[in-house]
Design a binder for this molecule. Sequence first.
Ligand SMILES: N[C@@H](CCC(=O)N[C@@H](CS)C(=O)NCC(=O)O)C(=O)O
Length: 213
Amino acid sequence: MYKLHCFAQSGNSFKVAFFLRALGLPHELVYVDYMHGATREAAWRESSNEMGEAPILEDGARRITQSGAILSYLADKHGAYGGTTPEEKLEVLRWILFDNHKFTSYFASYRFSKSFGPAAPDPAVMGWLKGRLEAAYDIVNKHLAKQPYMVGEAPTIADFSLSGYVFYPEEESGLDLLTRYPHVGAWAQRMAALPGWVAPYALMPGDRILPKW
Ligand SMILES: N[C@@H](CCC(=O)N[C@@H](CS)C(=O)NCC(=O)O)C(=O)O
């Protein structure tokens, strides 16, 4: 049985939790107490992930980190959602890299600072992050105007990767991105209609925290 180390606020974990459910694979969710510093402890990094991050997938004795690597591992192992031709697989990788660098990353940093950071966010930093995340949403919105999923006509792990943060409550970022970028909004609805979808706070362990700032 797979074990996924995760916590409720982690959209990077949600990518994998959602994918395990879409594949119908038995798994256990193991809580990571990120909000109280678990991932910054030397012992946790030594035993769990030297990169200091969730998610972590355990498959027997094997531990895999980085949501993109985990999604690729599961797609290969179970022969689903990985793309069907070498060209498609390369496209899937390209969008997972774009997601990790820009689409997820700038949004996640913005949302964390806005709602969960230790101090009120710096307006200059927030302005910069907002510009970067909006540029990434704009690129994905234009791409999804041409096709229903990120790679071709059917969902792939690229879609699961990009879907990490789009289902969290809008109040956490204060940005109505799914309305302002309607093709992203329509795609998010298609993703939510896939088998196994459950909203992040109903799916992963840990208490919901109301926005602080
Ligand atoms: N690229 C990584 C990002 C993982 C990540 O940033 N995880 C967050 C939680 S959503 C984390 O554990 N961050 C710890 C930290 O940055 O200190 C992935 O996709 O798995």
